[in-house]
Design a binder for this molecule. Structure first.
Ligand SMILES: [Cu+2]
Ligand SMILES: [Zn+2]
Length: 194
């Protein structure tokens, strides 16, 4: 089956990468140019993904670009036409965004933890800090999530989604931070063009 072939190819690629690192080849590449490394990373589809975000009326409100790094996943968030104020920002467990976005399921939580950055029994892998939207309705930010990997988790069979809420995450209330309605959602799709 093609699924298994893909998985084994990824595993082989990972083995090759670690061997290269051991041989010092990675540092040599870094020394030559950071650009070469960047283009090599973008050539591997499983290392990047994006979510086209829509509001509850289905109107586009921007994008979230995700890039897997050796330490987790970097999210570059570029949104517009959002209500002014503080908004919760999470990865949810299902790649489906049918308004009012309950189809995205709960927070991405492969370890069965409780919700919340401030909770000792937390946190969900999909929990991330709130962001603040000014009166323009536009926000651009970069968020690093050390608990996420794209290829093994977010791009699995049922996918995953990025969700923005009407209110702030209180960082404590299980299961979702008491953050209110889901006002924007985007399915995470592999490759930079997705
Ligand atoms: Cu959420
Ligand atoms: Zn959570």
């Amino acid at each position: 089956m093609s699924i298994f072939r893909t998985v084994s190819t990824r595993a082989e690629a990972r083995d090759l990468r670690s061997q290269a690192a051991l041989a010092g080849l990675l540092s040599a590449i870094l020394a030559v140019t950071g650009l070469a490394l960047a283009s090599a990373a973008s050539a591997a589809p499983e290392d990047s993904a994006s979510a086209a975000m829509v509001d509850a009326e289905g109107e586009p409100v921007g994008t979230v670009e995700l890039t897997e790094t050796p330490h987790g996943t970097l999210l570059i968030v570029s949104l517009e036409n959002l209500p002014e104020g503080v908004h919760a920002f999470h990865v949810h467990e299902t790649g489906s965004c049918e308004p009012p976005f309950t189809s995205a399921g709960g927070h991405f939580n492969p370890t069965g933890a409780k919700h919340g950055l401030e909770v000792p029994e937390g946190m969900h892998a999909g929990d991330m800090p709130n962001f603040h939207v000014p009166s323009s309705g536009e926000v651009t930010l970069e968020v690093f999530n050390a608990q996420l990997t794209l290829s093994d988790e977010l791009l699995d069979d049922d996918g995953a989604a990025i969700v923005v809420h009407a209110g702030a995450d209180d960082y404590r209330s299980d299961p979702a931070g008491d953050a209110g309605d889901r006002i924007a959602c985007g399915v995470i799709k592999g490759g930079t063009g997705g």
